[in-house]
Design a protein around this ligand. Structure first.
Ligand SMILES: Nc1ncnc2c1ncn2[C@@H]1O[C@H](COP(=O)(O)OP(=O)(O)O)[C@@H](O)[C@H]1O
Ligand SMILES: [Mg+2]
Length: 442
């Protein structure tokens, strides 16, 4: 017997519908999964075998072949477990389905319950475009699916529940007592209005004085400008930067969905719902290039993509390895990052506001940093950036072009941090631009 069940995968940040073909033939009992599965997918054999038995069905002692199509896309993760198990139950005649145009996504536990999987939101958005109107997902993924209109989502607690919804007629009510828990989100259910973002724990009001810097940060937040802060240790750079996310406006609904999709893929959706606050990412300076821009056999988003529509904070900027900073060039200029592999290239969005902090110094690292600054864009022509600016603008660093051309399409605001009594230096107008030493508060 042969059957096809639909499931989904994520390539880059794009969802993809995967056909899970299951064939059961007479022969020596065997269970193989083909179609470029990685280790986690191959291991699904063990999970599916145990889950099918423990949920009360017979695991067929025949030759089972599972093919994941399209065969040229690498498959990873455990999200195909549910589709494989349903396929085996259908092909062995132990279950039936009223419609095959249903997506099955979920990882199986050995007792047959369903575990949360990453990437459900982009898969559903793609499936909807492909004409799928129904999806079965783990109960733990329900919240993020509420963002999608036009797809009926059946959130199930277990394999048993998933099988019972597969054979139920489209408008059936589910009996929780018999089938395990099923929560239905109807296709026409309205998208819940975004919850007001919870107030940030870190408040700009904690910062005493530094009015000029606060004003610069406010302008940068309003205008989406990059920010570089310099000043001696203890002057409050880190403190100010960490409070920057708190003064950013909430995300528009389009951006909120985009950001939620990214966080769905990496499995970082905290309470599952829509992300409404601009993300704030602060990778440590020991970050690798793959950590920063993304990477891996099946490319996964890095910090620049997690900071998309939000802030990437690089504290102690000169401490970052030079080639790691170099990788920031493409996202800063293009607003996206393309990761090429022999088989395919994946483009992740990466339009973020760069907030950087560093101690003033005239070392080589400073030259690197100074090159980020888009002088030509600013009114009044090239400005002086500390002591190193002349060498910097002479183009001897890794970012000679970036030094003269816009960073993204926004000028960078460099804040002038005076001491707390001195608010006279707070004359930063949009696009104005100056750097002096940040003085610690006595
Ligand atoms: N303007 C300020 N208002 C209140 N506390 C400050 C201020 N500036 C510095 N501090 C205190 O000094 C500490 C060190 O500041 P930090 O942001 O780590 O400095 P930097 O990053 O410039 O080295 C902060 O955690 C905070 O307690
Ligand atoms: Mg610091």
């Amino acid at each position: 017997m042969h059957t096809t069940v639909f499931s989904g995968a994520v390539v880059g940040i794009q969802g993809l519908v995967i056909e899970v073909e299951v064939d059961i033939a007479r022969g020596i009992p065997a269970f193989s999964v083909v179609g470029l599965p990685n280790a986690a997918v191959r291991e699904s054999r063990e999970r599916v075998t145990a889950a099918v038995k423990n949920a009360g069905w017979q695991f067929p002692l025949e030759r089972i072949t599972v093919n994941l199509a399209p065969a040229d896309v690498k498959k990873e993760g455990a999200a195909y477990d549910l589709a494989i198990a349903i396929g085996i139950l259908l092909a062995s005649g132990q279950a039936e389905a009223t419609t095959m145009r249903t997506l099955f996504i979920g990882e199986l536990a050995l007792d047959g319950s369903l575990r949360k999987v990453p990437g459900v939101l982009p898969i559903l958005l793609h499936a909807r475009a492909q004409g799928f109107a129904r999806a079965v997902v783990p109960l733990a993924n329900l919240e993020e699916t509420r963002v999608v209109e036009g797809v009926e989502v059946l959130a199930c607690e277990s394999l048993r529940a998933a099988v019972s919804v597969a054979r139920a007629s489209p408008d059936a009510e589910f009996d929780a007592a018999i089938d395990g828990r099923v929560v239905v989100k109807r296709a026409e259910d309205p998208v819940p209005p975004p919850r007001a973002p919870a107030s940030s724990a870190l408040d700009m009001a904690d910062v005493v004085g530094q009015e000029a810097v606060k004003r610069a940060l406010l302008l940068a937040a309003a205008g989406g400008h990059h920010v570089l802060m310099t000043g001696p240790p203890g002057a409050g750079k880190t403190m100010l930067a960490r409070r920057f996310a708190g003064i950013l406006p909430p995300l528009s609904s389009e951006r909120a969905i985009e950001t939620t999709m990214i966080y769905s893929i990496v499995g970082l959706l905290a309470n599952g719902g829509l992300v409404t606050r601009a993300p704030f990412r602060a990778p440590h300076h020991s970050a690798s290039d793959a950590g920063l821009i993304g990477g891996g056999g099946v490319p996964r988003p890095g910090e620049v993509t997690l900071a998309h529509n939000g802030v990437l904070f690089l504290d102690e900027l000169p401490e970052f390895r030079r080639h790691v900073l170099e990788t920031l060039r493409e996202p800063l200029e293009e607003g996206s990052i393309t990761i090429s592999r022999a088989r395919n290239a994946v483009t992740f969005p990466a339009r973020f506001q760069l907030v950087a902090a560093m101690n003033p110094c005239s070392c080589v690292a400073f030259l690197q940093v100074a090159h980020y600054v888009p002088e030509a864009r600013l009114p009044g022509g090239p400005q002086v950036i500390g002591r190193a600016s002349e060498e910097a603008t002479a183009g001897s660093g890794p970012f000679p072009e970036a030094g003269r051309s816009p960073v993204g399409n926004q000028p960078m605001v460099c804040s002038q941090l005076g001491d707390r009594e001195d608010s006279s230096s707070g004359s930063l107008l949009p696009g104005s631009y100056s750097v002096s030493g940040l003085q610690p508060i006595p």
